[in-house]
Design a protein around this ligand. Structure first.
Ligand SMILES: Cc1cc2nc3c(=O)[nH]c(=O)nc-3n(C[C@H](O)[C@H](O)[C@H](O)COP(=O)(O)O)c2cc1C
Ligand code: SF4
Ligand code: SF4
Length: 442
């Protein structure tokens, strides 16, 4: 059995699966049941400063994108931070941590952008003996209009300043939670590191509007006839988050900064993908809201079985293994050639591949052969784009087969085997300079 224990930014947990800061972590009743189900840790629902409690809307606050079989693949909310009194939350956090000492208890925080406000909340949170804090610089709705959340996370100078205050005023590990609503995730991550962050976590939700009710002519979710943008999460945001995690993991200035990956994680495999790109652990929100706390059982069992199968004894054995394979487009091998291959035994002759290829400009799949309905790849036209494999309803019916070294690409008339990137390609006007520089260096 593999060792699933995790140490993230100095915080220990029996497995790398934490619940993200959100409604499932907003009270002791929930967190205790989550721990009973097996979650390795939680980030408590974001606390704000003392004072009149936060007021949420008392109407629809969620929206969703459903798949054809009505699974929730995109989720959206317009909730604010916790609407329970600060002291109630702090007392519960303290008690739960005492009762569950082996689980990670991180507290998410969001207060106005003044040193005094951060100093005051950190002192009170420290008294709970929790394991660390997460600075919520990501919430894109409601709180951001009040100068908090994403309003801080979109300005690297603010991130650096607040992180530095927090590191000065607490001995606890500080995790900075980033917003994806920026043009590059690197500037905020670098700012967090400069400010002294022990780790970053990402992503928070993506600015979004889930739809428009075209009878009432109001955005969804409607609150008294009006609507507002919300934050989107769930499986549809995973590709955004994966890319951002990879960006941070391979950026020289943020190298080595621990990353807690969040976004669309439903299964153990999602977690492995994030960790393969360099994440130290993962956090889950939407999947726990939709399917309940017990999904962690499948995540733990699946990760354990996969690690055993691959011979990985600990998470560190495979963490980051895929990161060196991420590169920029200009460094891809333009001489690499694949062709689609259709397994005629599996083909149900639906014709989807033909339509997609025909109308996407390649015209590389037949619909008729010798007067009969038949779908065959025309190698002379196939550019290897894999659209046909994407649209085919039969798994593994269409595979992409690489041409071997020395084999003739019937489309271009060129023999396969070279390795030219755009940096060296003869069609690139700048390539001459690149080749010259390479030559001079050698
Ligand atoms: C209803 C709801 C409330 C949330 N509240 C918070 C919050 O208080 N603080 C926070 O940092 N993130 C909050 N989030 C964002 C999640 O922690 C997480 O970053 C995001 O949902 C992406 O993960 P997922 O795809 O697993 O849901 C909330 C998300 C949802 C859906
Ligand atoms: S890989 Fe692309 S070009 Fe080739 S057959 Fe499929 S859709 Fe057409
Ligand atoms: S999409 Fe797949 S199943 Fe349908 S015709 Fe093409 S190869 Fe056959």
């Amino acid at each position: 059995m593999a060792d699933l224990r995790s140490t993230f930014a100095g915080i220990k947990s029996p497995n790398p699966f934490w619940l993200a800061s959100a409604p499932p972590t907003d009270k002791a009743y929930n967190v205790i049941r989550a721990f009973k189900a097996g979650w390795g840790g939680v980030v408590w629902k974001t606390l704000g400063e003392d004072g009149p409690p936060i007021v949420n809307v008392s109407g629809p606050r969620y929206g969703a994108i459903h798949s054809a079989d009505r699974r929730v693949i995109g989720f959206n909310n317009i909730e604010l931070i916790t609407d329970r009194p600060l002291q109630v939350n702090l007392d519960e956090i303290k008690q739960v941590k005492r009762d569950w000492p082996d689980r990670a208890m991180v507290v998410s925080l969001m207060v106005p952008c003044t040193e005094d406000a951060w100093k005051a909340i950190l002192k009170r949170v420290e008294e709970t003996e929790c394991d660390g804090v997460e600075l919520n610089f990501g919430c894109p709705h409601g709180m951001s209009e009040r100068g908090m959340g994403a309003a801080v996370g979109q300005v690297p100078e603010y991130i650096e300043m607040v992180t530095r205050w927090c590191k000065q005023h607490t001995r606890m590990p500080v995790i900075v939670k980033l917003t994806p609503n920026v043009s590059s995730i690197l500037r905020p991550a670098e700012a967090a590191k400069r400010g002294g962050a022990d780790a970053v976590s990402l992503i928070n939700t993506v600015n979004s509007m889930m739809g428009v009710d075209i009878d009432a002519m109001t955005p969804w979710p409607p609150v008294g006839g009006m609507g507002t943008h919300g934050g989107m999460c769930g499986p549809v945001v995973k590709p955004i988050a994966l890319n951002m995690v990879a960006d941070i993991a391979r950026n020289a200035e943020t190298a080595g900064l621990p990353i807690s990956a969040i976004g669309g994680i439903e299964k153990w495999r999602d977690a492995v993908e994030y960790m393969a790109l360099g994440a130290g652990n993962v956090q889950v929100c939407t999947a726990a809201m939709i399917y309940g706390f017990k999904i962690v059982g499948e995540m733990i069992a699946g990760l354990d079985a996969w690690m055993d199968e691959k011979g990985h004894r600990s998470i560190e054995d495979f963490r980051g293994l895929a990161a060196p394979k991420v590169t920029d487009w200009q460094h891809l091998n333009l001489d690499y050639v694949v062709k689609a291959q259709i397994d005629q035994e599996l083909c149900i002759s639906c014709g989807r591949c033909h339509i997609a290829c025909e109308d996407t400009s390649h015209q590389a799949i037949t619909s008729m052969v010798d007067g009969k309905r038949k779908f065959e790849v025309i190698e002379e036209e196939c550019v290897g784009c894999n659209l046909c494999a994407v649209v085919c309803p039969v798994e593994n019916c269409i595979t992409m087969v690489p041409l071997a070294d020395g084999e003739l690409d019937k489309r271009t008339g060129i023999r396969v085997g070279g390795h030219r990137t755009w940096m060296e390609h003869p069609n690139n006007p700048m390539a001459k300079a690149t080749r010259k520089a390479k030559y001079e260096k050698a």
